[in-house]
Write a protein that binds this ligand. Structure first.
Ligand code: SAH
Length: 224
């Protein structure tokens, strides 16, 4: 265990209980996903005042209108993403950095884009303090993806756009998989899975209804 994690050991019981009651009982089966979520100190990704609530069965506010998603939704999206150790992964919506930390443990490299500079800076510091060195966080507009690092084997979007941006689909490599909430309003969002075959044909599959913060529209200055 890293020195920075020692002080948070008092959360271990809550963490194990969360994995059992919220994840396994609801059907999360991938042992790697369960093991990683048993290990990562979620309490370190929420504001200090919210730490006692870190393992509750819900999303929590982290400031700037953003939330850290409910543990079950994080686990489900991670499972649906089918990340392998060789993969380069793009995340849109860094938020607290919690999802990025999970991806750090499953992938080869993680690139994460956050539109709120303060959140990007805080997530970067949290990830660094906890030793999640495979994640690179950039403050920018997720509608544009991260073209300099494309293609990605996996893309995960953790804010809801009305329609999955074509730039992200374009940055997905052949055989790639993208998981994203999609929908105009919080009442109509669905979790979507896009898979791209070796010829670049894209298949869309709908999963469950979800509620995410909306993906902020790209600014007019980058709208070209
Ligand atoms: N994955 C996060 C949860 C993110 S909440 C976690 O594990 O904590 C959604 C995040 O998406 C918010 O932080 C919000 O600021 C960000 N966001 C909204 N619109 C965006 C955009 N156009 N580009 C990048 N990030 C965006």
């Amino acid at each position: 265990m890293q020195p920075s994690q020692r002080a948070t050991d008092s959360f271990l019981e809550a963490r194990l209980e969360m994995v059992g009651a919220q994840l396994q009982r609801r059907g999360i089966r991938q042992t790697q996903v369960l093991a990683v979520m048993q290990r990562i100190p979620r309490e370190r990704f929420v504001p200090e005042s919210a730490r006692p609530h870190a393992y509750e069965d819900r999303a929590l506010g982290i400031g700037y209108g953003a939330t850290i998603s409910q543990p079950y939704i994080v686990a489900l999206m991670t499972e649906l993403l089918e990340v392998k150790p060789s993969h380069k992964v793009l995340e849109i919506g860094t938020g607290s950095g919690y999802q990025a930390a999970i991806l750090n443990e499953l992938a080869h490299e993680v690139y994460s884009v956050e539109i709120v500079p303060e959140l990007a800076a805080r997530a970067r510091a949290t990830l660094r303090d906890l030793g999640f060195h495979k994640v690179t966080v950039r403050s920018g507009d997720g509608y544009l993806g991260w073209p300099e690092q494309a293609p990605f084997e996996r893309i995960i979007v953790t804010a809801a756009p009305p329609k999955i941006p074509q730039a992200l689909v374009d940055q997905l490599g052949p055989g790639g998989r993208l998981v994203a909430p999609e929908g105009d309003s919080p009442n109509t969002q669905q979790l979507m899975i896009l898979s791209k075959d070796s010829r670049g044909m894209v298949k869309r599959t709908a999963s469950i209804p979800v509620v995410f913060v909306p993906m902020v529209p790209r600014s007019p200055s980058s709208n070209n």
